[in-house]
Every structure is written in structure tokens, then in C-alpha cells.
Design a protein around this ligand. Structure first.
Ligand SMILES: Nc1nc2c(c(=O)[nH]1)N[C@H]1C(S)=C(S)[C@@H](COP(=O)(O)O)O[C@H]1N2
Ligand SMILES: [Mo]
Length: 309
């Protein structure tokens, strides 16, 4: 597969210069840009690195922001970087509803405090057979769940991406690759696991639009398609919610979607993965639960992971 080498950074790749010196931020612009030599004066997001990070080598930033899946902007890997710049991400609010004590429409800024932000370096393993190592900046989803206060009948969390055809070109026209909105879901215990985060940044800056600005899920032991982008709704529900790739093709994509080198995709092996940005032919063995077995295997004890794939 071809990856272009000389990716040109676009304006949308750098942090918007406004808004990051608010009451919620704790670092000055001068200090932030001094720490981020590559960011051409853009204001950074600072966060301490979480010990839940992998120490694997980072994927170069131009691949993380230039080789993406975000079908609202096209099915090509370079389409999101080319077309997502037009998405308006401010202001942004998230509806939290369903089986919660505190439903409401929350401004993005009210979902976290600056002190909650952490850098989490996770490997993102795409079901297509490649992976990247990305330094996310985010906060635990469990925090948002605690604020919402799930009722005892809540067993799953459902997520929805924005629908805005004026700014998302593949949400209009004759060829629409998926049904919209893009939807995803987790069991409540998966959602509350400390590894599960909501990301607002990567590589020390606010999230580029192509990576799911301004708020996207990251669940590191699951295939990348679970990490839904540009989230506008989080609903606590009693029944397992529908998920986009399962709707698209239930035989190939299950609800759980745990990274599992022993369960092949019906059309290809999942035993190895191509290391994006690692040079020609770079690959590695895929790890069970993407390397997080110690933390998450117990969530699935007694389950047939071939059946519940
Ligand atoms: N709304 C939305 N979220 C999405 C997708 C998408 O097409 N639309 N693609 C998924 C897939 S298949 C992957 S592998 C990851 C890619 O994230 P990245 O582009 O930040 O690497 O986003 C996931 N989240
Ligand atoms: Mo993916």
C-alpha cells in the first residue's frame, strides 16, 4: 500500500490560536510553544504522561495526521486530511442522555478540567491490518460517566458522531459509504475501564479535525473503528446498541471488536500488522487485546471470544 512520504502540513494541522489560554488551561502560550518546536507558534496542550502509556516508538506525526479513516470525509486515507479542515468544531457540545441522573447538553469545556488531562501513548490497531503509536491527550471516560451518574438499569454506553452534511461531504450525494450518524458502543464496564479515554489532542496540540476533533473516543484494546470521532451524543442504555461496522457487515465486524491475533477477519489474517511510518515492510506480531491483556482480559472471562468477536 502506498503512503506518501512528504506530507505537507495544512493550516488545519496546527492548533487554533484562540481559546487555549482560558481559565481551564494551566500553561502560558510562550512556554507551550517553546516546548513544541514543530508547532510554528501554535498553542499547545500540556499534560503529564500517564503510566498507562506504551513505551513503543511513536508513529511520526505526519502519518498520524495524514493517513486516516474518517468516512464522513471520504474513504481514501488522505481524504480526511484534505477535507476535514472545513469542519467547525467551536462551539461544541455533547448531549448526555438516556439512563442517567444528570442528563443534559454539556459544553465540551465542561466535560473535563485542565488538570484531568493526561498524555496517553497508545497503539491504534486498525482492523484493516495496520497500526500506529499515537500520543493522545485526553481524560478518562469514567469521569464523564461519574458526572452523568448512570442509573442501575444502564448496561451499555452508546456514542454518536456529528451529522452535518454541509461540512461532511460524504453525508450527501449519491455515494455515501456508511449510514449516518456513525455510531459505536461499549459495555458499561468497558467504558468505565481506566484505559478508555476521550481524547481532545495528540502530539501536544488540540486534535486535528481529521483525527476526530474536538472529541473522540480511544479504546486501546479494541480495533480502531470503535474509537468514534467528533462525538455529539453519549447515551446510557439498557440493551447492546447498534454499531456502524456491525450494521454494515455483521459477519465481519462484531460488537466487541477486541484485538485478537487468533481470530481472523473473514477475508484476512489478523496475526500480524503493518507498522505505519516504520519503513518499507515494517510489521509486527499483533498482540492479544493489543497488549492490554493484564488490564482487560478479566472483562471477558468465560466468554467465547470467537463468537463474541
Ligand atoms: N465518525 C467516525 N469515526 C471513526 C471512523 C469513521 O469513519 N467515522 N473511522 C474509524 C476507524 S476505522 C479507525 S481505524 C479510526 C482511525 O483514527 P485515526 O484516523 O485518528 O487514526 O477512527 C475510527 N473512528
Ligand atoms: Mo480502522
Amino acid at each position: 500500500m502506498h503512503i506518501r512520504s512528504g506530507t505537507t502540513l495544512k493550516h488545519s494541522d496546527v492548533t487554533p490560536k484562540r481559546d487555549w489560554l482560558r481559565r481551564r488551561e494551566f500553561l502560558g502560550a510562550a512556554a507551550a510553544s517553546a516546548l513544541l518546536p514543530g508547532s510554528a507558534g501554535a498553542m499547545g496542550l500540556m499534560a503529564a504522561r500517564s503510566p498507562l502509556s506504551t513505551d513503543a516508538e511513536l508513529t511520526p506525526r505526519e502519518y498520524v495526521t495524514g493517513y486516516n479513516n474518517f468516512y464522513e470525509f471520504g474513504v481514501g486515507k488522505e481524504d480526511p486530511a484534505a477535507y476535514a479542515g472545513r469542519l467547525t468544531t467551536k462551539p461544541w457540545s455533547v448531549v448526555i442522555d438516556g439512563l442517567v441522573e444528570n442528563p443534559g447538553t454539556y459544553a465540551l469545556e465542561d466535560l473535563y478540567a485542565p488538570g484531568d488531562l493526561e498524555e496517553r501513548i497508545y497503539r491504534l490497531r486498525c482492523v484493516e491490518g495496520w497500526s500506529m503509536v499515537i500520543p493522545w491527550i485526553g481524560f478518562p471516560l469514567s469521569q464523564v460517566l461519574a458526572m452523568a451518574e448512570p442509573q442501575s438499569s444502564a448496561r451499555y454506553v452508546a456514542f454518536e458522531t456529528l451529522v452535518r452534511p454541509e461540512e461532511m461531504p460524504k453525508q450527501t450525494g449519491l455515494f455515501q459509504p456508511l449510514d449516518w450518524p456513525y455510531v459505536e458502543g461499549l459495555r458499561l464496564d468497558e467504558a468505565a475501564n481506566p484505559l478508555t479515554i476521550l481524547a481532545i489532542g495528540l502530539y501536544g496540540e488540540t486534535l486535528p479535525n481529521q483525527n476526530g476533533a474536538p472529541l473522540r473516543l480511544v479504546v486501546p484494546w479494541k480495533y480502531g473503528y470503535k474509537s468514534i470521532k467528533s462525538i455529539v451524543r453519549i447515551s446510557l442504555v439498557a440493551e447492546q446498541p447498534p454499531t456502524t461496522w456491525n450494521i454494515q457487515n455483521a459477519r465481519e465486524y462484531g460488537f466487541y471488536s477486541n484485538v485478537n491475533p487468533e481470530v481472523d477477519h473473514p477475508r484476512w489474517s489478523q496475526a500480524v500488522e503493518r507498522v505505519i511510518g516504520g519503513g518499507l515492510g515494517a510489521q509486527r506480531d499483533t498482540e492479544m487485546f493489543n497488549g492490554y491483556g493484564d488490564q482487560v482480559a478479566s472483562l471477558y472471562s468465560g466468554m467465547d471470544l470467537r463468537k463474541f468477536h
